[in-house]
Every structure is written in C-alpha cells, then in structure tokens.
Ligand binder design. Structure first.
Ligand SMILES: [Zn+2]
Length: 361
C-alpha cells in the first residue's frame, strides 16, 4: 500500500486509511513500513562479557553485570527492527522478559523457554514432571535437545518414548515444544512425537523434511549468520565449553552447505518454514542478515522471506491475531526501512524507526 495513515490508540492499530493531507505524528513516507520483525530462534543469554569473551559461569561477573549485558542484547535486537523474539532460554531471562513486559526496560516482546531439556537419563515420567515444572515457572514454551552437538556428530539423544512424553506433556499445558534436531533420525522422532517445531536440521535430507511437512511441524533452519558469526568471533568463543579448533573446522565445512538446506526446505511442498536466526553472542542485532541470506543465497522470494519473519512467524507462535500484521486490532509493532526490501533485500538491515506496542524506541 502507498500513502496511508496508520492510526494507533493505546498500543494497537485502530485504522489503516488512505492519506488525505492529514497531519501525522511520524511521517515515514520516505520509508517502507513493515510489521515488526519476529525472530523465532535467538539466545538472549548468549553475550560477551567485559573481557570480550563469551559470558560463562566461571568469568566472575556479578548477576547485576550479566543483567546489564542481557539488557543491551534486548535493546540492540529491538533497534534492529525485531519487536518479538523467541529465546531458547535460560532462567535469568525471566526477569528480563518481565521487565520488558512491565515497560521498565526497552526490548522486544520475549518468549522464553527458561531452560533447555537435555538430560537423557530421565525416565518419561521424570521428563513429564520437568515440563510441568517449567510450565509452573512461567516458561512460554519448552525447548528440547533431541540431537547432540554437531561436533560430537549431532547424534540423536532422546528415545521415541522420552520425546513423546516431553511433547505430549507440553501440549497438555498448551505450550509449544521446540526441538533442536540435526539428522533425520531425530527429526522423524520429533515429528512422530507430535512436537511443534524442529530447529536446525543441519544434517537433514529431503525425506526428513517431507515428514515434517506431512505432520505439520514447523521448521526453522538457519542460512548462515549463526555459523559465520562463530568464525568471525572465534577468539571470543575459543576455550569456553567445547569450542575449540575442531569446532572451528567443522563450522567452516558446514557454513557453505546451509543455503542448500534452505533450498531443499523451500522445495518441500507444504513445509511450514519459520524464520529463526539462532542469534547468540556477536550476532544480536544482525538477525536480519539471515533474511538477506535466504533471498541472496537460497533463492527465497523477498516477499516470502518477509512474510516468514512477520505474519508467518506470528502464526507459528500462535500469535497470528496479535502481531505480525498491519491491520486494525493488531499490536502497533511497526518498523520503517530505508529502501524497498522487495527490490533490495538489504533494506531490512537499514531500520530507521521501531515502534513496539505503540511506543517508539
Ligand atoms: Zn539455538
């Protein structure tokens, strides 16, 4: 649409009408206005500490220092046009989420899992109890590790019975279950277990993705930002956890293959593709680089990439009537880009205005 006036009252869009020489509060006519972007996969708890290294439990920082660094992550993400993010979470994100929600800290709407379930020694009953505990703690969804780290071969972790218990218990609490899975074995288990979304799929084949499509499971593959960021910032990651020269070599080998995975996903009929950048330390605020990658390197149509990161993701999150669309009744999450992203997708990297719930940041 061109030359329209979007009227916002109490944080919501009330009308979208043709402009007739009205005076307006914000004249964005030089820009392209979009619904605020949504990233369905970030790690707000991944950030660099004061020594410039990946923050970790042994770096001696105080909870207050960490909270400040986490708050910076939230702000740079919002200012990059992402008004909603889904964080594969940590306990500490609860405070951040609640402060943003209360309006005392600037940041995107945050959905967090508060924890990541990876203990394969637990029985199905114990796993159900764990899901119930996260639900009671206020988790917005459940995050499950169904594959190990790629460095260890990305092997499947939870059995069919364990995954079914986890995803079934999540469903009973009306929580989405997002499953980190790399190969077809883990992907097929997640699909059979009725989980909501599979993340990564780094080693997936067309057959695995077809099964996700058949079962209506959302898929959020990454196009490049996450791995490129590890290489760019390798000195800040190296020596922490299991990140070493073997990790770097593996990442360098996998990075050029990611756009191919996206192409396979785009060619899979009926596959519901969410947009998730997997942004962590070093990549926050650069989330849209993965949208550019989708268009430039994986051949996705610019409009489809934009829809994936707005109304498509809103649907994936069960928030399709709340966010991701510019229409009466929706939250006033609006951004303005310098340029036309349909002709020049890099315009998504040039966010000049960001409003969330009617508040300009
Ligand atoms: Zn992740």
């Amino acid at each position: 649409m061109r030359d329209v006036v979007i009227t916002v009252v109490d944080g919501r869009i009330v009308t979208v009408t043709p402009w007739r020489a009205d005076s307006v509060t914000y004249d964005l006519s030089r820009y392209t206005v979009l619904p605020g972007l949504i990233d369905a996969h970030v790690h707000l708890n991944g950030f660099f500490n004061r020594q410039g290294k990946l923050a970790n439990s042994e770096d001696g920082e105080t909870p207050a220092q960490r909270a400040e660094e986490r708050a910076t992550v939230a702000l740079v993400t919002l200012r990059a046009g992402f008004t909603t993010v889904v964080s594969m979470g940590a306990d500490a994100e609860k405070e951040l989420r609640d402060q943003v929600r209360a309006g005392t800290l600037p940041g995107p709407r945050i959905l967090t899992s508060l924890a990541q379930i990876r203990d394969t020694t637990l029985t199905p009953d114990a796993l159900r109890r764990l899901v119930r505990r996260h639900a009671a703690d206020g988790a917005d969804f459940i995050k499950i590790f169904a594959s190990g780290a790629l460095v260890g071969g990305g092997r499947p972790m939870f059995s069919d019975g364990q995954l079914s218990a986890l995803c079934d218990e999540a469903r009973r609490h009306k929580l989405r279950a997002v499953v980190h899975a790399h190969d077809d074995v883990a992907i097929l288990r997640a699909a059979a277990a009725g989980c909501t979304q599979v993340a990564h799929g780094t080693l997936a084949t067309a057959a695995g993705l077809e099964e996700l499509a058949n079962k209506g499971v959302y898929f959020d593959p990454q196009c490049g930002l996450v791995l490129r960021n590890y290489l760019e910032n390798r000195s800040r990651y190296e020596g922490i956890g299991d990140f070493d020269s073997t990790t770097v070599a593996l990442i360098a080998q996998l990075l050029p293959k990611l756009p191919g995975l996206l192409r396979t996903a785009l060619a899979t009929p009926g596959l519901k593709l969410a947009f998730g950048s997997d942004a962590t330390a070093g990549a926050h605020g650069r989330n849209a680089e993965d949208l550019v990658c989708r268009v430039r390197e994986a051949g996705q149509a610019p409009m489809d990439a934009l829809i994936a990161a707005t109304s498509g993701n809103a649907d994936a999150l069960g928030l399709g009537r709340e966010i991701g669309t510019i229409a009466p009744g929706f939250q006033a999450d609006l951004i303005a880009l310098d340029g036309d992203p349909l002709r020049d997708i890099e315009a998504v990297l040039r966010v000049r205005f960001a409003m969330k719930g009617g508040v300009v940041y």
